[in-house]
Design a protein around this ligand. Sequence first.
Ligand code: CP
Length: 363
Amino acid sequence: MRSVIDIVDLTTEEIDGLIKTALDIIKNPEAYSEKCKGKILATLFFEPSTRTRLSFETAMLRLGGQVIGFSSASSSSASKGESVADTAKVISCYADIIAMRHPKEGAPYVASKNASIPVINAGDGGHCHPTQTLADLLTIYREHGRLNNLTVGFCGDLKYGRTVHSLINALARYTGIKIVLISPNELKVPTYVKEEVLDKFNMQYTETTSLEDSISELDVLYMTRVQQERFADINEYNRLKDSYILTPDKLVTAKEDMSILHPLPRVNEISVKIDDDKRACYFKQVDNGKLMRMALILKLLDDAKNGVEGIVSNDNNYVTDEVKCLNPSCITATEQELPHVFKVVDKENKIYRCIYCEKDGII
Ligand code: CP
């Protein structure tokens, strides 16, 4: 069964196809208003959300389908100890497609392995958020007319910002992309993003702590919130939360056509004084998210109907229960019966990467 857990589950041609569908929906919304008649989307949100849950629900309703679901773990049987795997099997009896958000990294992956219907990752811990990336790509495409030859700056919490990890991963497939990583030293992008994406695809990137020094070279500035909910130490969060605040004076040296993106919610990292600047695109991103989720629901239901499987990897270099994941945010930390499966990255140097959360494990 075809699911989308990570942006790498979609080929470049498929992403381009989703953008094409989204642009067609803008032109001909009526033509899509009954495409999902009789179909049900289940939104399983174990963590708070405004945009992602409501845009998935709006997307399905705009396609003529129906929606069931819950918006917090406390209103589901997870609060009684039900596993993600059992939840996925149960919901497969009720719905045609699942959108799942979960605080534990790898939970939607576990769901996809146990559901008999497509599962879409609507954000798992600090790991990834592929449908936000689809919204981001459509926004960049509509603002700049291309996804190639762009300098993209990511600013803020690059450690826990799952949308950052997914968008860097998506941009790796386009040519002429330069990445500027702007963060405090404590919130740099994780090692696996550097090794598995930036280095692996020979992406041109620089790291800096200064937004002011780099803003003039950017075509896209992707601001992010410091993710309070991922910090174990509230004092550390308070020390870092206001590292970057985009104010009109900081835009003086920015390009006239630079686009400012933010996955939202914002706290105070973009001043409201910027909202009327023509470069502010974060509310356009919200609308683009709904359109891309419509396109993705259509595609996955179509693939399920036609028996189309996802991208099949030939990589069989995995070990099971020989290595342990110590990431407290990994789904294996709370669901004890899950096997600890690791990709062997470098056997000699004992580098093993957890298939659920992509953090390195220990033997
Ligand atoms: N961008 C985003 O994921 O927003 P929500 O947390 O409100 O869904």
